[in-house]
Ligand binder design. Structure first.
Ligand SMILES: [Zn+2]
Length: 297
């Protein structure tokens, strides 16, 4: 995984970079530990509070036997680290970051706490979720589409889905939607926006014209949809990926228009919620009990 925390009390994940790790740990004990004349770098998993070890902290240019770059990442360790964290197998087994559930299906947990956590995030921070799902897919979903996605989620009791947690919520939310109609939608900013425009223009029935996904021909019942599939867990790097797929349809014929594998970012969403919470706190103290002021708004 590519996030960490330095104490067991804080759930907020910190993005794992050399700079963030050095700054937060101050390069001190119990994070920097010499074991048998070799430096080891430890931290805490923000989710399960078990110790994690940082791999390739100062060697991110190292190449493996296939000449692939070996990037910095963190992995759970199955032992306690003195003055940092006791290892708990039970917590590890339940950890959504170290031991994520495979996406798909609708198997459910029955934890009221987890349910309340997810429902609270959706109910009180809908803009963060709306922005995230647009940013992940590159599609500027309409408000109506978002509204029907929320209904689907609530009807299916998505907050009880085993594979959905507060870190991957936007991805889990999109994944459980099955296919989402994107006819006449605009595109949203994404790193693959121009690639997506090319794919749509090269499709059989659709084009990106006047900033909208529209059919090339006026006659016919063309359809274009997006869905997420092929969730993969890389246990070596403790990272996950998922494919964003667009298909077009006409009279029972289906063509794949676009297919992009993206890394699941488990840090951005929950940290954006946290930022929103802090910013909301700034205006909380404003009082509207002055009558003359209240009458103006
Ligand atoms: Zn964990």
């Amino acid at each position: 995984m590519d996030l960490f925390q330095i104490n067991q009390q804080d759930d907020r994940p910190i993005e794992l970079t050399v700079k963030n790790y050095e700054y937060n740990t101050r390069k001190t004990n119990p994070f920097y530990v010499e074991v048998n004349k070799e430096m080891k770098y430890y931290a805490v998993c923000p989710a399960c509070k078990n110790p994690i070890i940082i791999v390739n902290l100062y060697v991110d240019k190292t190449l493996d036997e296939n000449k692939n770059k070996m990037p910095i990442h963190a992995k759970h360790c199955k032992y306690s680290v003195t003055n940092l964290a006791e290892y708990s197998q039970e917590a590890y087994d339940e950890c959504p970051l170290g031991n994520p559930s495979k996406f798909g299906g609708s198997s459910k947990h029955r934890s009221k706490n987890k349910r309340n956590e997810i429902v609270t995030l959706i109910k009180y921070y809908p803009v963060v979720l709306y922005n995230e799902i647009r940013s992940i897919t590159g599609i500027d979903f309409s408000e109506n589409t978002f509204s029907s996605m929320i209904s689907t989620f609530i009807k299916a009791e998505g907050y009880y889905y085993k594979y959905i947690n507060k870190y991957n919520l936007p991805y889990g939310f999109l994944n459980m939607q099955k296919s989402i109609r994107i006819y006449n939608n605009k595109l949203y900013y994404s790193p693959f926006k121009s690639e997506m425009i090319n794919s749509i223009n090269n499709s059989e029935f659709f084009q990106y014209k006047n900033y909208k996904i529209t059919p090339k021909l006026k006659d016919g019942f063309y359809e274009i949809e997006l869905y997420l599939a092929n969730h993969k867990i890389d246990s070596e790097y403790e990272s996950e990926t998922i494919d964003i797929i667009i298909v077009e349809k006409l009279n029972g014929k289906t063509n794949e228009v676009f297919n992009k594998t993206v890394k699941i970012d488990v840090e951005k969403y929950i940290n954006t919620v946290d930022k929103q919470r802090r910013i909301n706190g700034i205006t909380e103290a404003i009082k509207l009990d002055d009558e003359s002021f209240a009458s103006k708004v």
